[in-house]
Design a protein around this ligand. Sequence first.
Ligand SMILES: [Ca+2]
Ligand SMILES: [Ca+2]
Ligand SMILES: [Ca+2]
Length: 246
Amino acid sequence: MSFGKKKTLAFAVMAMFVWASSAQAILIDTFEDAHSVNFSGPPGTMSGNELSPAPGALGGHRDIHSSITANPSNNFIDNSIHNGGNSRWSISQGDELEGISMVTWDGDDNDANGVATAGLGSVDLSPLGEDRFELGIDFMDVPGDISIQVWSNGGADTDTVTHNLAGGVFAPTTETFLFSEFTGVDFGDVSALKLTVDGTVIPSLDMNIDFIRSAQPTPTPGVPEPATFGLLGLAGLAMLRRRRAA
Ligand SMILES: [Ca+2]
Ligand SMILES: [Ca+2]
Ligand SMILES: [Ca+2]
């Protein structure tokens, strides 16, 4: 390989790296540490567990919890993380079952049912101007409500924002919760977080969530941004390939 080609390749690789790292985000969870609850019972039945440690989860520990609110056919609810290695939070409510499922990031409190509202200490979710939560949802068959509850200031402040989702999701989609939808919490000093899926709107909800993260605003169109360099990098690689082929 000539020096010129090496330089082109180096530029292309560098540009792609810049491109890949341009979307600044803080991963709260990518759901790659497995644990689950799977149970049946009358309304009021609940189950949960904490995975400690859960290296891929914010704070290094993760709680899951589900409760059944209606179950006329005596079916099961499954609340699992990384089931079969799928890197998802998966909720599966049996036929006619209604229930509520949650994931809590509150540190090592050894209590999957309660929230240690100061359990994370003080986490900055917006060190680079992140202004939103993004939820990657790639499957949701029927309508349901998703809530994010944030605690800050050592648990002294909290607020919950709920989005009513329509379901019918069969391909990856992103649900955005802007920090500005919350009131009275400090995203630079987060002490606990809870994500709740309310599957009581329509029974038998099934859902897969791929990740939750805090993210920066989407770049304004027309302003030069690193993605342009990424495209240049790809063009460089294409040129290199053409030269090799020639
Ligand atoms: Ca915990
Ligand atoms: Ca807890
Ligand atoms: Ca994932």
